[in-house]
Design a protein around this ligand. Structure first.
Ligand code: GLA
Length: 512
């Protein structure tokens, strides 16, 4: 297993080892790092993981300090480095990564016979004491370039729409799945509704050859042929990499090979790049985010191929302010979404402060859609779709488009809701809270507004939309419920309806 849906909300994968790279131990090799093992949980531990799809082996280093029942430390894999905190009770321990999920442990286990035997989500994780030279391969530092605006690529005038492999398939994505998904994007009507990009996320990568060219692994035997196939369906193909030495899943990323990889992607016919920070955090501090993202933005521009540039940095570094300057079209504002109400709503709420920065060609991204993945109710998925449309979010379906239920189809293919998302004015709605009800108002290009009232409570509630709150500049002439597909009437300047728990009332209202 290469990822832990349950374990984290940021980079959520543990992977591989980088055979042949130079090891750099300065971070961890200070005095006190290696001590007598068998005396407690404190110390440096190394866990070897599974063999990746490119033949390399995953590895992680856990450095722990113990103070009474309290544990603190660092967890490093090829893909990322994070601080951990947790508790010890005798030989038992639980460790959490606060920025991923303060409630779900990332590792739970016991010290047994001088080894840590733990579960990382559903995967067994066994660590032995690390020797002084055991570490994650390091790389030599490359100075980020001076800041220099990358010209806009003119793409993504409305939020990008498509499909991405990660939410459902994670490491199990391959050429055949992408092809059948592309077929289904057409046969289901997704393409014609605007879902154009078919995006391969992490775990497609092979290894670099002697010239540094990055190849694919056995799951993607011929990326150019795959892109030709996807293009023949009237769709576009997206791919994934990152500015660090490794992707979140531990595969080779573009550090030091930005221009070369951009050329490779262009030669394959790639139309969209998701560029994920992950292990760049082992090399750079957050103040390097902008120049580091600029490097790939400039490299993409230099290829001359129109490639949508999606920055994936979990909202770090005020990205909404400088995303356009690095050639970015969209950027993540949050950690990873999960298929749960709390995660979905949580991501949306975190995105609120970025609202003023959204607009044509520059979109805030609260992460991909979970609609149809099975762990929320249809009411919750309708709310998910409505909110993503109200905040002008990219609409990247994350479900199995080949086997959608009628309910999932009705949500993802609701053209009236898609039109709100794709409105050319590109405004991001912000919420007004009243008890359990949250009202989101989005001004639209034709002078009308979309208004969504979400019921965050556990019981049905009456929502009242007042015309005077909508900034319409006139009396309501037309109002339409975008989920019942019916016109509704404002009486006495207001419209009231019952909204189920976690459901939404979504209207388009105009004064013309
Ligand atoms: C990070 C990203 C996810 C996904 C994985 C792939 O967690 O935020 O969207 O791309 O990496 O490893």
């Amino acid at each position: 297993m290469q990822q832990e849906r349950s374990g984290k909300r940021g980079p959520r994968v543990w992977m591989a080892s980088a055979a042949g790279l130079v090891f750099f131990v300065a971070l961890l090799a200070g005095p006190g790092c290696s001590q007598a093992f068998g005396q407690g949980l404190a110390g440096r531990w190394m866990a070897m993981g599974r063999t990746l799809d490119n033949g390399e082996q995953e590895k992680s280093i856990l450095e722990l300090k113990q103070n009474g029942n309290e544990l603190t430390g660092t967890l490093k894999t090829l893909g990322f480095q994070v601080d951990v905190k947790g508790t010890a009770s005798g030989s038992h321990f639980e460790l959490f990564v606060a920025e991923w999920d303060p409630k779900r442990p990332v590792l739970v286990g016991d010290l047994m016979d001088g080894e840590l035997h733990a579960m990382q989500g559903r995967r067994a994780w066994v660590a032995k004491p690390a020797g002084p030279t055991d570490d994650i391969p390091a790389v030599s530092y490359i100075e980020p370039p001076p800041l220099n605006n990358v010209p806009s690529n003119g793409l993504a005038k409305t939020p990008p729409m498509g499909w991405n492999s990660w939410n459902l398939f994670q490491g199990r994505i391959d050429d055949q799945t992408v092809r059948t998904m592309a077929d289904a994007m057409v046969s289901s009507g997704m393409r014609d509704a605007g879902y154009i990009y078919v995006n391969i996320d992490d775990t497609w990568e092979g290894v670099r050859d002697a010239q540094g060219n990055l190849g694919t692994n056995h799951k993607f035997p011929d990326m150019k042929a795959l892109s030709d196939y996807v293009h023949s369906k009237g769709l576009k193909l997206g791919i994934y990499s990152g500015p660090g030495p490794r992707t979140c899943a531990g595969y080779p990323a573009s550090y030091g090979h930005e221009a070369q990889d951009a050329k490779t992607f262009a030669a394959w016919g790639i139309d969209y790049l998701k560029y994920d920070w992950c292990s760049a955090g082992r090399v750079y501090k957050n103040d390097a985010l902008q120049p580091v993202y600029q490097k790939m933005g400039a490299a993409l521009e230099a290829t001359g191929r129109p490639i949508v540039y999606s920055l994936c940095e979990y909202g770090l570094g005020g990205v909404e302010k400088w995303g356009p300057a690095v050639g970015g079209n969209l950027w993540r504002t949050t950690g990873d979404i999960r298929d749960s109400w709390e995660s979905m709503i949580g991501n949306l709420e975190k995105q609120v402060p970025t609202g003023p920065y959204a607009g044509p060609g520059r979109w805030n991204d609260p992460d991909m859609l979970e609609i149809g993945n099975g762990h929320m109710t249809d009411d919750e998925y309708r709310t998910h779709m409505s909110l993503w449309a109200l905040v002008a979010s990219p609409l990247l379906a994350g479900n199995d488009v080949r086997s959608m239920t009628d309910a999932t189809k009705a949500i993802l293919l609701n053209k009236e809701v898609i039109a709100i998302d794709q409105d050319p004015l590109g405004k991001q709605a912000s919420p007004v809270k009243n008890g359990d009800l949250e009202t989101w108002i989005k001004p639209l290009a034709d002078g009308s507004v979309a208004v969504g009232v979400v019921n965050l409570g556990s019981a049905a509630a009456q929502a009242t939309v007042k015309a005077g709150d909508l900034g319409l500049g006139g009396a309501v002439k037309k109002a339409r419920d975008l989920w019942s597909h019916q016109d509704v009437k404002f009486t006495g300047g207001a419209y009231a309806a019952t909204v189920p728990s976690h459901g939404v009332l979504l209207l388009k209202v105009s004064a013309k």
